[in-house]
Design a protein around this ligand. Structure first.
Ligand SMILES: [Zn+2]
Length: 307
């Protein structure tokens, strides 16, 4: 059964050996990625240390190609990958150089591994909203090279969404899908806020389970959630025996299955599918949700449908 993965941060997919090689090449200290995370905020702090090793367009190209190769081994035919440009590095090497590195990686991934890769860069809560707008503008410039969406990540509930909405609007007005993170650390209201913003899909969205009216709306509108079971468990939002995905699919909400940050959680896509199966999500249901949520063009969607 082919698999579609919609929620994977390339920066969080870099296996320790590759990260070590990249850090050495960039003459940086090698970070320790085997760490226990206390909560989302702690996780983000550690994530920042790890991602600081990635410094050149070629680093970005490499991590996309590497992950596509890995995902292929787990049956992935389509990957929608996330990256979060760092403002200081963007000042140094330019946003377009960063985008180009990721886009080169997406093209090479398809040639080398036959995995279709599309890109959804994002801004993050707590960063300068003006920088977020620049990222949105750069994302739009790379629309014809594989960028299909624009997102919002970071510390939910600690920063309001409003300052980041102009960049989201700009991206949507220029044809990109909106894929904000919500409903992970914050409650159902954060999912509602994302839907008001015009979200095409919600990254996580699991806390929507506490709001029956919202569940009905999402099921009716076929709003897809990108659910990452281990990520939710490791960050303390669910347990292996009691994960909201069971109730979400029970309520008719489309849930795709993804790894989020496979290297940082020490997992892979097959692991997440096995866990999702235990929680009541079949391969067919995950594929249907993936197909419904993918932001690719219709020609690509038809190709996926035929797989
Ligand atoms: Zn994520």
């Amino acid at each position: 059964m082919p698999r579609i993965e919609l929620h994977i941060h390339f920066e969080g997919s870099v296996r320790p050996d590759t990260l070590t090689a990249i850090a050495r090449r960039n003459r940086l200290p090698v970070p320790d990625v085997a760490t226990d995370f206390r909560d989302l905020h702690h996780f983000i702090d550690l994530w920042n240390v790890t991602t600081a090793c990635l410094r050149t367009p070629d680093d970005f190209r490499r991590i996309v190609v590497d992950y596509a190769g890995e995902a292929k081994q787990h049956g992935a035919v389509y990957v929608e990958g996330i990256f979060t440009p760092d403002p200081a590095l963007a000042d140094e090497i330019g946003l377009d150089a960063m985008m180009a590195g990721y886009c080169d990686g997406a093209a090479e991934a398809e040639e080398t591994h036959g995995v279709i890769v599309r890109l959804t860069p994002e801004q993050y809560r707590g960063s300068d909203p003006g920088f977020g707008m620049r990222v949105a503008q750069a994302a739009v410039r790379f629309r014809d090279r594989g960028v299909v969406g624009f997102g919002l990540a970071g510390r939910e509930g600690r920063f309001p969404d409003e300052p980041y909405e102009p960049a989201m609007r700009y991206a949507a007005d220029h044809g990109l899908g909106l894929v904000p993170h919500a409903g992970e650390a914050a409650g159902p209201e954060s999912v509602r806020s994302s839907l008001r913003m015009g979200a095409s899909r919600i990254r996580h969205g699991i806390t929507a389970v506490g709001d029956p009216e919202l569940l009905t709306e999402m099921a009716e509108r076929r709003i897809v959630l990108d659910v990452c079971p281990t990520s939710n468990i490791r960050l303390g939002y669910a347990t292996e025996c009691d994960h909201p995905i069971t109730r979400l699919v029970g309520a008719g909400v489309l849930c795709s299955v993804s790894t989020d940050d496979p290297a940082m959680f020490g997992i892979d896509l097959s692991h997440e599918y096995a866990l999702a199966a235990q929680l009541g999500v079949t391969e067919d249901a995950a594929f249907e949700a993936g197909l419904a949520g993918a932001l690719c063009d219709e020609k690509t969607r038809s190709r996926l449908e035929g797989m």
